[in-house]
Design a protein around this ligand. Structure first.
Ligand code: MG
Length: 253
């Protein structure tokens, strides 16, 4: 199913997206979800990011096409970093270009949503800890990432992690077309079959470093074609079978 989180009548809900209506669910990812027996019109809700992660764990260089294109060496294990929970925004919310940076890039990525507490999970058991998949944009202040040498500032600004629009819980992520569009023009066009470290490997690897909590997300890396965004742009990350995550880009007020 396609699970969304949203505001309806001033309250936060989860719900299943079914054509142009939403079936409300009680509970959340940690406690379990159950149908509430109420349907509402899509027009009456305001979408939120489908998860509120305690952390977003991201992987650097992970697309074979991108590694070959840049003549980089294949890493022998995933190189991971964290984006703070405060960087998360939902579909339609604005990415704010920080005054500190002169170059803010999009990075369209497949994100794994964790279903339950995961610590030291072997790869062959990892699927049982995956709730589903969503689209994410690993927005990056490229100049600051290079200048600092480590990535906390360049990756960590508020609004630098759009997630959504939904979590697809019934999809095989092995070969999904993934695209990023800037103002309607395709700028990244790849397929998850080019992932060097696959989703089970990523869950297993990260869980051997830190405990993953329900609703945490793992971003699986970006393909070739990264580039800058300016104020007034609209960026969209689209994964076939999951959905399209669209966000405007603005300068600070
Ligand atoms: Mg990235």
């Amino acid at each position: 199913m396609k699970l969304i989180r949203f505001i309806y009548q001033d309250k936060e809900w989860y719900g299943e997206l079914i054509d142009d209506f939403v079936a409300l669910y009680k509970g959340d990812i940690a406690t379990g979800l159950a149908p509430a027996g109420v349907d509402v019109a899509l027009a009456d809700i305001k979408l939120l990011s489908p998860v509120k992660p305690s952390k977003a764990v991201c992987v650097g260089l992970n697309y074979i096409d991108h590694i070959e294109e840049t003549n980089a060496q294949r890493p022998d294990e995933p190189c991971i970093f964290i984006k703070p929970s405060t960087s998360v925004i939902g579909p339609g919310e604005s990415i704010i270009r920080p005054a500190m940076s002169r170059r803010v890039d999009y990075e369209g990525e497949l994100a794994i949503v964790i279903s339950r507490t995961a610590k030291n999970i072997p790869e062959e058991m990892a699927a049982a800890f995956i709730f589903g998949y969503t689209c994410a944009n690993d927005v990056t202040a490229r100049d600051l990432q290079s200048k600092d040498g480590q990535w906390t500032r360049g990756k960590g600004f508020d609004t630098f992690l759009p997630i959504g629009p939904c979590i697809e819980t019934d999809i095989n992520p092995a070969a999904l077309p993934i695209r990023t569009c800037l103002n309607g023009k395709t700028v990244q066009d790849s397929n998850t079959k080019y992932l060097l470290f696959g989703v089970e490997k990523m869950v297993s690897f990260v869980s051997q470093v830190m405990t993953l909590l329900p609703g945490d997300v793992i971003l699986t890396g970006t393909s070739s074609g990264i580039g800058p965004m300016v104020s007034g742009d609209t960026v969209a990350v689209e994964i076939e079978g999951i959905g399209r995550l669209e966000n405007p880009v603005i300068d600070p007020a």
